[in-house]
Design a protein around this ligand. Structure first.
Ligand SMILES: Cc1cc2nc3c(=O)[nH]c(=O)nc-3n(C[C@H](O)[C@H](O)[C@H](O)COP(=O)(O)O)c2cc1C
Length: 191
């Protein structure tokens, strides 16, 4: 038996990222869970950002942003960036998160996040109360001690990362469990 819930936006788990806008001198951070990779060539990602927030305004103005993967180690800082606005405070100063210059865009990246994606805005579309921004990924940074072969990012070992997972509805943060199989392979067992 199934129970109908009506049109809900249930999808989990969701990644938790910190989107940075602005410049090295004047940067802001917002927590975003509505994010997805959209294409491989060119590499693009999409984020859904509320039309009333400061971040959406900044992206439309500067046409760029960085996406920084949040980890369990910075859970409090990440949550803080999702419940405060850059219109009122300097979130870098309040959280102690550290800015580093990006190479292709003016918006900085966050030192404490192990992976950082520099994005250029290539499309935007308002749907209801959110703006869907498509960013082309121009550069990727990873903590040097976490990459064995820079020509093969698939060689990274997930045990070196502790990405912060967001569960909407219950509004919880969680961490990843153990590896249980090899993708694009385990399904062969049913062939
Ligand atoms: C776990 C979490 C996930 C969030 N995901 C999103 C999201 O995907 N899109 C969005 O617009 N706001 C999201 N928010 C809310 C924004 O981070 C929040 O509105 C923030 O205050 C915006 O900051 P700003 O005004 O400095 O841009 C999320 C907040 C939390 C705590």
């Amino acid at each position: 038996m199934k129970t109908k819930l009506g049109p809900q936006r249930i999808l989990f788990p969701l990644p938790t990222v910190l989107v940075v806008t602005g410049t090295m001198e004047n940067a802001n951070i917002a927590t975003i869970a509505w994010i997805s990779i959209l294409s491989g060539k060119p590499p693009t990602l999409g984020i859904s950002v509320g039309t009333k927030g400061f971040t959406g305004e900044q992206i439309l103005k500067n046409k760029e942003f960085s996406v920084n993967i949040a980890t369990a180690e910075i859970m409090k800082e990440t949550d803080f960036c999702g419940i405060t606005s850059g219109r009122d405070i300097d979130k870098f100063e309040k959280t102690g998160l550290v800015k580093m210059p990006a190479s292709e865009i003016q918006a900085p990246i966050i030192q404490q996040c192990p992976i950082n994606l520099e994005c250029k805005l290539i499309e935007s579309k308002i749907v209801g109360t959110t703006n869907h921004f498509v960013g082309e990924i121009l550069e990727t940074h990873i903590d040097t001690d976490k990459i064995k072969d820079a020509n093969n990012w698939g060689s990274i070992d997930m045990k070196d990362f502790n990405p912060l997972v967001y569960i909407s509805g219950a509004k919880e943060y969680r961490v990843l469990g153990n590896k249980i199989g090899d993708a694009y392979k385990i399904g062969n067992d049913l062939k």
